[in-house]
Every structure is written in structure tokens, then in C-alpha cells.
Design a protein around this ligand. Structure first.
Ligand code: MLT
Length: 248
């Protein structure tokens, strides 16, 4: 089993035959995981505000519009990009059309993968297990963790979460006595996570995106997104329908 990490969505290459886990801890993949955990029917990631508005038109008011630009809610949208907004009473049974600056781009950039899973700290252990289960069915098994990054730049929050997921993958593979090969970046992310696992906020407070979110007043979102393994579901992106739903 090969384990790789890509630092940004712009660095993603052809992922044919691989199982991808897309991460945008702050905050898109934490939003998607929370919305689906709270009963949302599906989340449809789209690249632009225009794409979101056009698709919402097709739903004739039957879908919620969510997302951000510059971290803040897009004018006219129902929801921003704070996971705390995606409450059961608002999202249960609803389709959410979501566009964000990096996270939804990272999902689209990973479309060539055999399987595309959505990961974050909230569901890290569940997504690691599911990824190994799916990847082990392939002839050349490979799990690729795709960090969204921030506006084309490496982001510490995604790297730390990639490290946690790599650590889970490594533990399962060791337990099952499977041979494995970790890319240099997978190794580095794991070491980073292990060094800071007891005080993630101390690490992530150095991230430019963390500072931006604090400036915008979203510190509660950060505390929420840094919780580990509190959600046991794995969102799966289906490139045929362009929808993310809870995997079976
Ligand atoms: C993104 O997808 O760019 C991020 O989730 C931005 C944000 O935190 O609002």
C-alpha cells in the first residue's frame, strides 16, 4: 500500500486508480462532514458563485446555497462556511450547493481518483479506515491525502490533519502486517502531527488562514474543527452525479 500527501489542490496530478481523501480542515471539509452528519441529503461542491446560482435555479428553491469568498458568506446565499451554521434543523433532508475558495476546488481537482472521500479532524479515524478498505481492492493500492491548502499555498492546518490520517493509516497497516510505502510528505506530516498532537492549536495558530479566520471572528469554528474523531461518518463524492453523500 502506498500512502502519499499532496500539499495543495494545485499540485494534484492524475489520480486514476487511487483512493483520495480531500482535506480542507478550515473549513470546507469540516462543513461538508457536519452538514451530512446533521442529515443533509447531499452536498454539491461547485467552483464558482455563478455555477452555484445556476444550479440552485434548477432546484427551483429546493436547495440551500452555502459557501464563502474571503471567508465570509456570499451575498444572497442561505449559509456561509461556518460548520456551526449547518445545524440539523436547517439542513436535515436538504441538498446544499457549496462553493468555497479552496475546499470545493480540491474536491473537483481530485475527480480523476477511483474513490474520493472527504476528511477532516472530525472524522479522521473513520475516513482512514474507509480509505484503506477501498484502496485494498485495487491492483496497485494507493491512498492519496489531498490537502486543499490556502489560495495555492501550503497550509499547516491541513498538513496536521493529513498527519493524523497518515498516522491512523500506518497503525492499521502495521497491525495487519501489510507492507507500506510512505511518500516524504506523508512521513513529514505524520511527524508534525505527532509532535503537536497534544496542543494542535499552538501549531495551527501559526497558519495564515487561522489568523485570517480569527480576524473575521471565527475562533469558535476553529475550536470546533480541531476536535478529533467526534463524527463517525465518511462523506463520499460521486463524480457521476457531482454529489457528496454519506458512504455506505
Ligand atoms: C475554503 O474552502 O477556501 C475554506 O474553507 C475557506 C474558509 O475557511 O472559509
Amino acid at each position: 500500500m502506498k500512502i502519499e500527501v499532496y500539499p495543495t489542490c494545485d499540485s494534484v496530478k492524475d489520480l486514476s486508480g487511487k483512493t483520495a481523501i480531500v482535506i480542507d480542515v478550515l473549513r470546507a471539509t469540516s462543513v461538508i462532514t457536519t452538514a451530512l452528519f446533521n442529515g443533509s441529503k447531499s452536498v454539491i461542491p461547485v467552483l464558482s458563485v455563478d455555477d452555484a446560482l445556476n444550479l440552485a435555479g434548477e432546484y427551483e428553491g429546493g436547495a440551500l446555497l452555502g459557501g464563502e469568498r474571503g471567508g465570509v458568506k456570499i451575498p444572497g446565499f442561505d449559509l456561509g462556511n461556518s460548520p456551526l451554521e449547518y445545524k440539523k434543523e436547517l439542513v436535515a433532508g436538504k441538498t446544499v450547493i457549496l462553493t468555497t475558495s479552496n475546499g470545493t476546488r480540491a474536491i473537483k481537482a481530485s475527480e480523476s481518483a477511483e474513490h474520493v472521500l472527504i476528511g477532516c479532524f472530525l472524522n479522521a479515524s473513520a475516513v482512514a479506515e474507509k480509505a484503506l478498505e477501498l484502496a485494498s481492492r485495487s491492483e496497485s493500492p494507493c491512498v492519496v491525502v489531498v490537502c486543499a491548502g490556502t489560495l495555492g499555498e501550503f497550509s499547516l492546518d491541513d498538513a496536521a490533519c493529513a498527519g493524523l490520517i497518515v498516522d491512523y493509516l500506518a497503525s492499521i497497516l502495521e497491525r495487519e502486517k501489510e507492507t507500506s510505502k510512505f511518500s516524504d510528505l506523508a512521513f513529514a506530516c505524520r511527524e508534525l502531527f505527532l509532535k503537536y498532537q497534544n496542543d494542535l492549536k499552538a501549531l495551527i495558530s501559526h497558519a495564515a488562514h487561522y489568523r485570517r479566520l480569527v480576524r473575521l471572528g471565527f475562533e469558535r469554528d476553529i475550536d470546533y474543527c480541531l476536535q478529533m474523531d467526534v463524527i463517525d461518518c465518511v462523506p463520499v463524492y460521486d463524480r457521476k452525479t457531482s454529489e457528496v453523500k454519506i458512504g455506505s
